[in-house]
Design a protein around this ligand. Structure first.
Ligand SMILES: Nc1ncnc2c1ncn2[C@@H]1O[C@H](COP(=O)(O)OP(=O)(O)OP(=O)(O)O)[C@@H](O)[C@H]1O
Ligand SMILES: [Mg+2]
Length: 259
């Protein structure tokens, strides 16, 4: 049984408030992640199916840490087939504790065909992205002209994320060049059935907008949603969380507003 006495009164109140929305703002090292991990465990003890619990954060390291902390809190299952005592819950399912990007990969693996990609899409990391940009630059640049592929990639990412009003795009020639490369870059990825990190979030949002039945499936799956390090969410991630929780409003977010 989870010992809620090891929480301070504010932490305990947040853990025991199992219907959202809940917003927790507190400083560094004050036990914010502890609230999330205890809340997940408490929800499971109260009979909420683990599969309906989702907790997201930003880095793989933070997601791993969250998983380890929840695993330690969950009671062992003595009847485990492995004999070593699995901490899986009675239905053998676990809560989903992951990064925003990994959540989107899970959703897209199931639904991306609706957007015209094949299910086995590949995910380009930064070096894949850079080599795609380099190939494009090699085709369109005049001989001897040097353009920094990393700078172009960062421009593309800003464009994709709705940053087209940034000062750098005030220059018409930069704007036109970026738009042209963007269109070539998108075709290049598309022809390899590839998506980049920005796409993971943006395609999931597109899926939710164009295919409400897919959104509905995700909403009914993730009925209890938590976000750690909420101060770091960008506009697209914020929208993703809003879409998922808009109906049931079981959302609990923790963040440090000083950061
Ligand atoms: N009520 C408590 N009683 C005892 N220890 C606690 C309590 N709350 C938090 N701690 C401990 O304090 C440390 C920091 O907790 P936690 O990682 O949850 O904080 P955080 O606010 O998420 O930190 P960060 O700002 O780094 O994300 C951990 O070792 C945690 O176990
Ligand atoms: Mg934390």
């Amino acid at each position: 049984m989870l010992n809620l006495n090891s929480l301070n009164p504010q932490q305990r109140q947040a853990v025991e408030t199992i219907k959202g929305p809940v917003l927790i703002l507190a400083g560094a090292g004050t036990g914010k992640t502890r609230v999330i991990t205890y809340r997940i465990t408490h929800l499971i003890e109260r009979g909420i199916p683990p599969a309906s619990i989702l907790a997201v954060t930003f880095t793989n390291k933070a997601a791993r840490e969250m998983q380890e902390r929840v695993t330690k809190l969950l009671p062992r299952n003595p009847k485990s087939a492995t004999g070593s005592g699995s901490r899986n819950t009675e239905h053998g399912t676990r809560p989903t504790l992951c990064t925003f990007h990994s959540l989107c990969v899970r959703i897209l693996r199931q639904h991306i065909e609706k957007l015209g990609y094949k299910r086995n899409f590949v995910i380009y990391d930064e070096s894949d992205q850079l080599s795609a940009v380099k190939k494009i630059l090699a085709r369109i640049s005049a001989k001897g002209e040097k353009t920094d592929p990393a700078a172009i990639l960062s421009l593309l990412s800003r464009l994709k994320n709705g940053g087209d009003r940034a000062a750098v795009f005030a220059d018409e020639s930069v704007r036109a060049m970026a738009a042209h490369i963007r269109s070539r870059y998108e075709s290049a990825l598309r022809s390899c059935n590839a998506v980049d990190f920005d796409d993971l979030i943006l395609l999931t949002l597109r899926l939710f907008t164009r295919h409400p039945e897919a959104l509905q499936t995700c909403r009914s799956k993730y009925r209890y949603v938590m976000v750690d390090e909420y101060q770091d969410t960008n506009a697209a991630q914020f929208q993703l969380v809003q879409s998922l929780t808009h109906e049931h409003r079981n959302l609990c977010v923790v963040g440090d507003d000083d950061q």
